[in-house]
Design a binder for this molecule. Structure first.
Ligand SMILES: Nc1ncnc2c1ncn2[C@@H]1O[C@H](COP(=O)(O)OP(=O)(O)OP(=O)(O)O)[C@@H](O)[C@H]1O
Ligand SMILES: [Mg+2]
Length: 346
């Protein structure tokens, strides 16, 4: 088990983690890339286990491993009791794992930093931002004051660094604030009390606020709860914008269709293990996902996420070569030759 102090010590030794804003676009950076996707890793979970209870033990999470890369949106899916919230809490630092390891990648030193037992507030200093289900913005302040308030309590050195990473032409904190309000489509509502904002606007304000501290990974717990359909669309556009700036997002939500529309990759949990992992078009073809999550949505999602042309061609070739039996086999095992999907126990 890694000691809290040694975790922090090693993180501090390496000083500042690189900015999430520019990391993915920096061609000069000597990048260690993920073997499978060619992307820069951000966080890695290895063999995570969480057991609750002493006499009557509940294995909430049973040894899961995954990695999230820079600038990708990953959806964490699963039915009730699958272990989503527990996984999420371990990543954010709200819950200590019973076993396994969580590490953050420092792209400046190209080293993995263990953060397994680092609490939430210290993870935040290293760019892991946790957005709880209920937006935690200050209701009595205006939209603008919510952002300026955070800037005021930051040291001028940290704020300057953040502004430079975001946009080197920014001069004042007011400029930074206005620029974030514009990015998140809140400028028109800048002097409105937050209590008067809609659920979606509050969510956007919360993300804008997280941007002040250069996030690398935003963990979003049910971001679409209490957000209407047009609001979900606007939030989705924002998330993509954020992703395109090199920030990674991990989303847990019960709106499976909305998550699949948004994410680059999804991880499907069942009984505390990763049952399937892959791109949305692959995930919607996993029978357990169809059975347990999609139900009536299956047909429309299969149409929405057709198999890519090269997969179709591959499938036709397989059919010609191996005959009918092989093609039936392929339909139930989307792993086939894919590099990203992993399906177990179907
Ligand atoms: N504090 C706890 N004490 C005991 N058991 C727990 C605790 N938290 C979670 N569990 C159990 O762990 C399992 C996974 O729970 P978790 O909350 O992670 O599921 P989930 O995928 O988030 O489900 P949901 O979709 O219902 O929110 C469940 O069986 C749950 O009862
Ligand atoms: Mg949950």
């Amino acid at each position: 088990m890694i000691e809290l102090s040694s975790d922090i010590g090693s993180a501090d030794k390496h000083k500042q983690f690189s900015s999430g804003f520019r990391e993915s676009s920096s061609s000069s950076r000597k990048a260690v890339t993920d073997r499978t996707s060619g992307q820069i890793p951000v966080i890695c979970a290895e063999n995570l286990v969480k057991t609750f209870g002493i006499f009557h033990k509940v294995n909430s999470v049973n040894g899961i491993s995954f990695q999230i890369n820079s600038g990708e949106i990953v959806g964490l899916l699963g039915g009730n009791g699958a272990g989503k919230s527990t996984t999420f809490d371990m990543l954010s630092g709200l819950t200590r794992p019973t076993g396994g390891k969580i590490s953050l990648f420092d792209s400046q030193t190209q080293a993995w930093i263990p953060i397994t037992n680092v609490p939430l507030y210290r993870r935040a200093l290293h760019g892991i931002c946790y957005l709880p289900q209920k937006p935690s913005v200050f209701a009595g302040l205006t939209t603008r004051q919510n952002l300026l308030g955070i800037m005021e309590i930051m040291s001028s050195r940290d704020l300057k660094k953040s502004m430079e990473a975001y946009d080197p032409s920014l001069q004042t904190r007011e400029d930074f604030c206005d620029s974030l309000l514009t990015l998140f489509d809140l400028y028109k509502r800048r002097d409105e009390k937050v209590s008067k904002l809609s659920g979606g606007e509050k969510r956007r304000l919360e993300i804008a606020r997280s941007f002040i501290r250069k996030p690398r990974l935003i963990l979003m717990d049910e971001p679409f709860a209490a957000v209407d359909i047009p609001g979900i669309d606007i939030c989705g556009q924002m998330f993509r914008k954020v992703r395109d700036m090199g920030v990674s997002i991990l989303i847990v939500d019960h709106r499976v269709d909305e998550i699949l529309k948004l994410c680059d990759r999804a991880i499907y949990l069942e009984n505390g293990i990763i049952h399937a992992e892959g791109k949305p078009w692959e995930i919607v073809r996993v029978p357990a996902v169809q059975r347990n999550l999609l139900l009536a949505l299956t047909e429309s999602l299969l149409k929405m996420f057709p198999e890519p042309e090269e997969k179709m061609n591959e499938k036709i070739q397989n059919e010609n070569f191996h005959g009918e039996n092989e093609s039936r086999f392929f339909q139930t095992r989307p792993t086939s030759t894919s590099t990203t999907v992993r399906v177990e126990e179907i």
